[in-house]
Design a protein around this ligand. Structure first.
Ligand SMILES: [Fe+2]
Length: 69
């Protein structure tokens, strides 16, 4: 399940944990959050969140340490 990061305060919404303080059960996808859900830390709206692309950290295709000249 994809995590989302708050652009305002860097809070991470983890679908596996949900947001119990706001009545969001664990396992709730970000996309399934109510439109009026806001960041628990700073109150930013869903529009202020971006998906975390963890695949970007481990690109396939070439090895680290390989140099191009
Ligand atoms: Fe936030």
């Amino acid at each position: 399940m994809k995590k989302y990061r708050c652009l305002v305060c860097n809070y991470i919404y983890d679908p596996a944990q949900g947001d119990p303080a706001s009545g969001v059960a664990p396992g709730t996808l970000f996309e399934s959050l109510p439109e009026d859900w806001t960041c628990p830390d700073c109150g930013a709206s869903k529009a202020d969140f971006e998906p975390m692309d963890d695949l970007r950290l481990a690109p396939s295709g070439h090895r680290s340490g390989e140099l191009f000249d």
